[in-house]
Design a binder for this molecule. Structure first.
Ligand code: SF4
Length: 352
């Protein structure tokens, strides 16, 4: 143990940042940086990797949170089925398709369909939603519907869905099992592998600041995204929901969240990384900070107003008028010397 600390202390930051491939020790060393000058150097490197591998474009993805019903009971999530205080809603297929049209009219080229794990929307219903959106709008479709059946994934891919988000949340198997009473990490990874095998652009990622999570665990999260060759990776801060057993756990540390995003960008290079809504909730400057440390995606929320407040994964989630939000985003992005992506912003790993 003593020897490991000695080796870590002896590392030279510039040497580590210029290595072509970082190992787990390097990642832990970078995540543990505390000196402001060192952190600034880390961030500068992450931003230059982002520029080299992803360019200056920021891709917008319009989200529709179409159901807050969930059959799972994840301890950290306000949508968990044991939360009886939450008023539940489901949006009809027609309203989902209409909302997708609004996203497309705002000039956004990706529609993200997100919900809890809600089998009320059967395979055929989701298939029809995908087909109708594809027929009406020139957009890519990302699904974020939790763990569903393999035949459903296959049919939705065949119907035209392009991407699937299924975060692994934590690469620590014991922590995963403690947080998800009905699920196993191994199963989640089997789903991710299958999604990739049938041609989905696949997204994973973690939650930062979970109780009992170590810096080593976060390093493993980044390495797991590398091993799975994910197309999109989200590193979002834990924010407690007052309606869950984790209501008293403090929110994630902002600096650790930003360091994680920066290190992830350096390690994962040409993946899409969002500046998440949770990051904006943690800090009013969250979107801008995220874009500075390596992010190249922002996901404006187009869920119709009457439902927005009820998709309460965590507390104080930001709500806004999406059209005005997109206008503000455009100004902010231009002021940073970046530009809005004008195409569908597919994976940078293959030609789609
Ligand atoms: S994290 Fe996802 S699967 Fe878990 S309770 Fe929340 S919505 Fe459901």
């Amino acid at each position: 143990m003593k020897q490991e600390i000695y080796i870590a202390d002896k590392k030279n930051l510039s040497d580590v940042l210029n290595k072509p491939k970082l190992n787990k020790d390097d990642i832990i060393y970078l995540l543990n940086l505390t000196d402001e000058k060192d952190i600034s150097e880390l961030i500068r490197k992450a931003d230059s990797v982002r520029k080299e591998y992803c360019g200056d474009e920021v891709h917008l993805r319009g989200i529709i949170e179409f159901s807050n019903y969930c059959e799972q009971d994840c301890l950290y999530c306000g949508l968990r089925k044991s939360n009886h205080q939450l008023e539940r809603y489901r949006i009809s297929p027609d309203e989902i398709i209409e909302t997708a049209r609004k996203i497309s009219s705002a000039g956004i080229k990706t529609v993200v369909l997100q919900s809890g794990e809600d089998f009320y929307y059967k395979k055929e219903v989701v298939t029809n939603i995908i087909r109708n959106i594809k027929a009406a709008c020139d957009v890519a479709i990302t699904l974020s519907l939790g763990e569903r059946n393999f035949d459903e994934y296959y049919e939705w891919k065949s119907a035209g869905a392009d991407r699937y988000l299924l975060k692994h949340e934590t690469a620590n198997e014991k922590l995963y099992s403690a947080l998800h009473s009905h699920q196993k990490l191994e199963e989640r990874l089997t789903h991710l592998k299958y999604l990739k095998s049938i041609g989905f652009q696949a997204g994973s990622g973690n939650i930062i600041g979970l109780p009992g999570q170590t810096i080593e665990d976060i390093a493993d999260d980044i390495l797991l995204c590398k091993e799975f060759d994910c197309d999109m990776c989200s590193f979002s801060p834990f924010i407690p929901s007052p309606e869950t057993p984790m209501k008293s756990i403090p929110p994630a540390d902002l600096k650790l969240t930003l360091k994680t995003m920066a290190v992830a960008r350096i390690v994962l290079k040409n993946v899409h990384i969002p500046a998440t809504t949770a990051l904006s909730t943690l800090s009013p400057e969250g979107r801008k900070l995220g874009l500075t440390v390596g992010a190249n995606v922002i996901m404006p929320n187009f869920t119709p107003d009457e439902y927005k407040d009820k998709y309460r994964i965590y507390a104080n989630k930001k709500t806004y008028d999406p059209v005005k939000y997109v206008e503000d985003l455009k100004q902010m992005i231009h002021s940073m010397g970046r530009k809005i992506g004008t195409d569908k912003g597919h994976s940078l790993k293959k030609n789609y």
